[in-house]
Write a protein that binds this ligand. Structure first.
Ligand code: ITT
Length: 297
């Protein structure tokens, strides 16, 4: 699955590539990102994804991510302003520790909002948070941003000490990525549960399927573009054979569906079936063929 992350933060891209296995994530090559004017992380994440859609065009998944750290003693600041609070790393940490000097009230949380615009135009989101507290001083070398001073609940060490492998399982970004994957799976489940019906989502998946793979495109000329059966003529070595072609779509896994194309020739009992394993966006992952090739009469 190819996705473009609409972000200038290379740490986010690196983390997301590990959090979304099987996705190849590129960052958007653009200098002129619009200012973040949303009042929620969600609005900002969606604005980044939409900016990416306008700049890169469709055909891939576009990801927008907005995140921040909320400190209770500061009334939730820096929050949505985390990136603009001070330059990332040592300066931002120094300012935060300075503001908290003398207080034992150290509770804080990280928030991450992910928005994905699919090639089909669906917009999905995943949210994740991680609660913890701000340490007295920086410790550890992994992660980025505020990680050297953030100690998650139930831990004694900072995220920068716990390391990237810990972050991959537990961070706010990991939780948001899991929620996003669940949202993508749920969308596919909707497609599958509508199997046999005339659900527009299912129509869209089938149309995308027939359009996106050259092989499915060729076969699509004789198969119905909605689940069902149609009579058709198959050409074999110049001869016209009468056949019945059927299209079906069903769920294999939350992230994948299978489109089954069956061609049965009227003059014999044999049938030829192709199973196309497709992803939510309609791209073909693999093809399995069963039965005999088109027979000569
Ligand atoms: P883009 O807007 O280009 O995506 P950015 O770095 O400006 O990149 P945000 O506006 O979402 O991103 O700001 C997020 C800030 O919150 C980030 O710069 C860090 O300071 C902090 N932050 C977010 N996630 C973090 C994490 O996992 N560890 C440490 N700090 C984090």
């Amino acid at each position: 699955m190819k996705a473009i992350l609409c972000s200038r933060n290379r740490h986010k891209a690196r983390e997301l590539e590990r959090l979304l296995p099987g996705w190849s994530i590129e960052t958007l090559d653009a200098e002129d990102y619009p200012p973040e004017t949303g009042v929620t992380y969600y609005e900002n994440a969606r604005a980044k994804a939409r900016f990416g859609l306008a700049a890169a065009g469709g055909g891939v998944h576009l990801l927008g991510e907005d995140s921040g750290i909320e400190v209770e003693a500061l009334g939730g600041r820096p929050g949505i302003e985390s990136a603009r609070y001070a330059p990332e790393g040592a300066p931002a940490i120094a300012r935060l520790l300075g503001e908290l000097e003398g207080t034992d009230e150290r509770a804080a949380r990280y928030v991450c909002e992910l928005v994905c615009i699919t090639p089909g135009g669906d917009e999905l989101r995943g949210t994740g948070t991680l609660s913890g507290r701000i340490a007295r001083g920086p410790c550890g070398r992994e992660g980025f941003g505020y990680d050297p001073v953030f100690v998650p609940d139930g831990e004694k060490r900072t995220v920068a000490e716990l390391g990237d492998a810990w972050k991959e399982r537990n961070s706010h970004r990991a939780r948001a990525a899991r929620a996003l994957l669940a949202a993508l799976g749920a969308a596919l489940l909707l497609v599958a549960s509508a199997c046999g019906g005339h659900d527009p989502t299912q129509q869209r998946v089938l149309n995308a399927f027939f359009a996106q793979s050259p092989r499915a495109h060729t076969l699509g000329l004789r198969f119905p573009h909605e689940p069902g059966t149609a009579k058709c003529t198959v050409r074999d070595h110049g001869k016209a054979l009468e056949a019945t072609c059927a299209t079906d779509i069903s769920l294999v896994k939350p992230s994948r569906a299978v489109v089954t194309l069956t061609e049965a020739w009227n003059h014999g009992a044999t049938a030829h079936t192709w199973f196309f394993f497709i992803r939510r966006d309609g791209s073909v992952e693999s093809v399995v063929q069963e039965g005999s090739a088109t027979p000569r009469q």
